[in-house]
Design a protein around this ligand. Structure first.
Ligand code: FE
Ligand code: FE
Ligand code: FE
Length: 206
């Protein structure tokens, strides 16, 4: 009995505290996140010029493409739709060409091809693996594979778009044409995945 009468009072207190906190936040003007935000000190050897940032970006996507080339066969094996399997197999061949194109790009800059871990691609591939584990094989897993693959393609489109813009500004013509070629392939792959999902998969996966 005692607890029954006590609990509503407790609730009111918690509510009051919560209200107070909200008011404090509002009056402070800034959220606690922005108040604690700081300028990040640059690491040793940090990029000074756009050319350095461009080269760092190439190293990042070089790593990402190589990681993707390793992951695509797993996605292909887990897919059921023949159309999807073929699309993944075709994109694996394209990815291998894209890796060579990046090596050509490094060569055009007079640099040795170097890979630097891309945390974003690692995350996207981990998520893709998680989606496969969380779906039963068939049209539902296929829909999951497409969603993961499209996130990868969108990351690549953003990356190549930026790198091509950098190459243009830096007047690195050979790199620019190589990067634009890959950018087109990534966009086409993304469109094809949308088409596969729209034409049959997502309906079947319902
Ligand atoms: Fe690619
Ligand atoms: Fe990256
Ligand atoms: Fe791609």
């Amino acid at each position: 009995m005692a607890t029954a009468t006590k609990s509503p009072a407790k609730k009111t207190t918690t509510k009051k505290v919560a209200e107070k906190k909200t008011t404090e936040k509002k009056t402070a003007g800034k959220s606690s996140a922005s108040a604690s935000a700081k300028k990040i000190p640059a690491k040793k050897g940090a990029a000074k010029e756009l050319k350095d940032l461009f080269e760092d970006g190439l190293k990042d996507i070089y790593w990402a493409e190589k990681a993707l080339a390793k992951a695509l066969p797993k996605m292909q094996k887990n897919a059921t739709s023949e159309k999807l399997k073929t699309a993944i197999a075709d994109h694996l061949m394209e990815t291998e060409k894209q890796i060579t194109r990046l090596e050509d790009c490094f060569a055009a800059l007079g640099k040795k091809a170097q890979a630097k871990k891309c945390d974003a691609m690692q995350g996207l591939l981990d998520e893709g693996k998680g989606i496969m584990e969380e779906t039963k094989p068939g049209s539902v897993r296929d829909a999951g594979i497409i969603s993961a693959a499209q996130k990868v393609e969108h990351y690549e489109i953003a990356t190549y778009g930026t790198l091509a813009a950098f190459a243009k500004v830096l007047k690195e013509k050979e790199c620019l044409s190589l990067l634009l070629k890959t950018l087109e392939e990534e966009k086409k792959c993304d469109e094809l995945l949308t088409k596969i999902a729209d034409t049959n998969l997502n309906e079947k996966a319902k």
